[in-house]
Design a protein around this ligand. Structure first.
Ligand code: GLY
Ligand code: MN
Ligand code: MN
Length: 436
């Protein structure tokens, strides 16, 4: 991502905060995996969105109209020993030179410097509740200013959620963001195609996972956007199955929900296909139903339509289909009203997608489902999950789990599917697998 993009975002944020106010946002902290080993560092999405700065122990401060500089970055000072052991870090000079902070200070000096910055500001825009140490410090700084009030300084009177402004900005993807999302989608789609071709009965779920990771990392995308779900047979009925430890059996379906992250932007793709390369009759019937539900939902993705129509379209197709296949009994309207479909389709149709796989942004505005607008990206992912021990349906349906998930960009005149390169019709999947 170009530095100019981060600069543009900061400018936009500054305008929304307004003069006389201040915003604070902290980096992610390193997390210990075990003893002295850390999890790979992943920057906080909000912090990265505004700074492009990929180090822990940092705090970005935004003070619109401040004469000495509006954007201040507190970070680690350059340390030669640290550089030797852990590699390059920006230091105070890098923070201004490479990351275009107007001013930079050591993170260790926060307590001395930040109270002065908070003085005489009306509102503090801050994501309360995400970093308890910082929450505590902030309240202490504010109390400290209050205790000085006889000197004429005024403590901020309002703490305002920063997320509200920031997440509304993040909901609408710029061209540069979409380029990264397209890349994440492309690499992830290629990986899905590859494992469809490689899958054979007798392989283990983790071997498929290994192949997916291989495809991602070979392309330089070293992080998954979320832990890959590789679920053979009835494991697919566990929505967040990530054990990925079982042997794949001929006659079973395999559900794979996997996506790579490209420079902090996610892809999120699910495909379900037969381990042996050929669907059985019952699998075909349920699969086609999920595919039809997805098509009906995607038809409801265009600017001006409220977000829940896609969900309702999928629910209608699924319920009708479940009745005609005999898995549900009764009148479609009544079954929908009583949410009987939820035994087999228990999640929503999708979610916003962006830097976080379940991305930020309000789904409702003033209590109403919000209208879709160009630049929003969302997933459309209907599914059917028939528990292996479901006594109310014929045996042939039991233990089948199917989800089909694509990443959809809302465009000026409709939508664009970012993940269309992975086959999903029965004929296309079978043809690809037979040819392998
Ligand atoms: N991969 C998580 C989800 O589909 O929501
Ligand atoms: Mn999803
Ligand atoms: Mn998914």
């Amino acid at each position: 991502m170009k530095q100019s993009e981060f600069k543009k975002r900061r400018k936009q944020l500054m305008q929304r905060i307004g003069k006389g106010n201040i915003a604070l946002i902290a980096s992610a902290s390193p997390r210990i995996r075990n003893r002295d080993v850390h999890y790979p560092f992943r920057q906080d999405s909000d912090f990265y969105y505004l700074t492009g700065f990929n180090e822990p122990d940092a705090l970005a401060v935004f003070i619109p109209g401040r004469e000495q500089g509006e954007y201040i970055l507190f970070c680690r000072e350059y340390d030669e020993t640290k550089a030797l052991w852990e590699g390059a870090h920006a230091g105070l000079e890098g923070a201004t030179r490479h990351y275009h902070a107007d001013d930079s200070f050591p993170i260790d000096d926060l307590d001395e410097i930040l109270p002065g910055m908070l003085e005489n500001k009306s509102k503090v825009y801050y994501p309360l509740g995400r970093n308890f140490d910082l929450d505590h410090s902030l309240l202490e700084w504010i109390n400290h200013i209050r205790s000085q009030s006889r000197t004429g300084v005024v403590a901020p009177g309002e703490l305002v959620s920063l997320e509200h402004i920031l997440h509304e900005m993040r909901l609408f993807k710029s061209r540069d963001e979409l380029n990264l999302m397209r890349r994440a989608a492309e690499v992830s789609a290629n990986a899905h195609v590859k494992v469809m071709q490689k899958c054979k009965p007798g392989m283990y779920e983790y071997q498929i996972e290994a192949e997916l990771l291989h495809c991602f990392v070979q392309e330089g995308l070293r992080s998954v956007a979320y832990p890959s779900i590789v679920a053979g047979g009835k494991n697919a009925c566990v929505l967040h199955y990530t054990e990925n430890s079982d042997k794949l059996k001929s006659g079973d379906l395999l559900l794979i929900d996997a996506g790579a992250e490209c420079d902090h932007y996610a892809a999120d793709i699910t495909r379900t296909f037969p381990v042996s390369g050929r669907f059985t009759e019952p699998q075909k019937q349920l699969y086609q139903l999920v595919l039809d539900a997805q098509a009906a939902a995607i038809e409801q993705i265009r600017p001006g339509l409220p977000w829940h129509l896609a969900h309702e379209a999928a629910v209608e197709v699924l319920t009708e289909g479940l009745v005609s296949l005999g898995l549900l009994k009764g009148k479609v309207k009544k079954l929908i009203k009583e949410e009987k479909y939820k035994q087999f389709f228990m999640h929503r149709i999708g979610h916003w997608l962006g830097m976080d796989v379940h991305d930020v942004g309000d789904y409702k505005v003033d209590g109403e489902w919000r209208l879709l607008e160009p630049g929003m990206v969302l997933t459309v992912e209907p599914g059917l999950y028939i528990p292996a021990d479901c006594q109310t349906v014929d045996k042939k349906w039991r233990g089948i789990g199917i989800r089909i998930e694509d990443d959809i960009l809302v465009t000026e005149d409709g939508f664009e599917c970012l993940t269309a390169a992975v086959p999903k019709t029965i004929a296309d999947i079978e043809a690809l697998m037979q040819a392998a």
